[in-house]
Design a binder for this molecule. Structure first.
Ligand SMILES: Nc1nc2c(ncn2[C@@H]2O[C@H](COP(=O)(O)OP(=O)(O)O[C@H]3O[C@H](CO)[C@@H](O)[C@H](O)[C@@H]3O)[C@@H](O)[C@H]2O)c(=O)[nH]1
Ligand SMILES: [Mg+2]
Length: 196
């Protein structure tokens, strides 16, 4: 097999927008596998890392989901009160610390043992965001508050408890359209024997 000659060099960088998230326009010299170099414009949206979690009650065969307004879906004309697994930005914390905090803030469940599953790039062509995926078992006694999100951040989060089978049916019928949620529900289908 011949050695690939692909390599990349950043030759220009300009901040295009510096709001909640920085958008940077890069110019790169991309040398392809045949050794030919092209100068390419590429835009990168610098999102910070995040984490999400499957909260599963094995006794009831139930998953805990959250429903909240998502402006990008609204702008696209899709159902905008999206049903998702609990998730949030790390805000400088370690992923496990952050996901325990977010699970509590959003659902009111205190998470005991959490398992790290994998990390994933939801949109690697344009966004730096990395999402850390976790799973945890819960039972009804672990719910120590109502959740609902942080009032000072104007979060308005409804907590839903649905059977795993019903949640999977909601993927099939288009009620659940969030990628991290679909990923974790399918993980649950394959691996729920491990969650006891
Ligand atoms: N000021 C300001 N605040 C914002 C903006 N966008 C979001 N926020 C606030 O930032 C907070 C983010 O809440 P988290 O719970 O930490 O994050 P998340 O929105 O649930 O993020 C998760 O879901 C996203 C959508 O699937 C993912 O993109 C993200 O990675 C993560 O998984 C919310 O209080 C929201 O109001 C903005 O443009 N400006
Ligand atoms: Mg959140």
């Amino acid at each position: 097999m011949t050695q690939s000659k692909a390599k990349v060099e950043i030759v220009g960088k300009e901040i295009l927008s510096d709001g909640w998230t920085e958008l940077t326009g890069y110019r790169i010299d991309y040398t392809d596998r045949n050794g030919v170099t092209h100068r390419l414009p590429r835009e990168v949206y610098h999102r910070t890392p995040a984490a999400c979690i499957l909260l599963y009650d094995p006794r009831r065969d139930v998953v805990v989901l959250v429903k909240q307004f998502r402006l990008p879906a609204y702008v696209n004309g899709d159902p905008a009160w999206m049903i998702e697994v609990p998730a949030g930005l790390l805000d400088g914390d370690e992923p496990e610390v952050a996901i325990r905090r977010e699970a509590m803030e959003e659902t009111g469940y205190t998470v005991r043992d959490v398992s790290f599953l994998f990390k994933s790039y939801p949109a690697p062509g344009s966004i730096t965001e990395v999402v850390h995926f976790f799973a945890a078992t819960i039972d009804t006694a672990d719910r120590t508050s109502d959740g609902g999100g942080l009032e000072e951040e104007h979060e308005d989060i409804e907590v839903l408890e649905v059977s795993l089978q019903q949640a999977l049916a909601m993927v099939e019928n288009g009620e659940i359209i969030d990628l991290k949620t679909i990923t974790l529900l399918q993980w649950a289908l394959l691996n729920k024997g491990k969650l006891r």
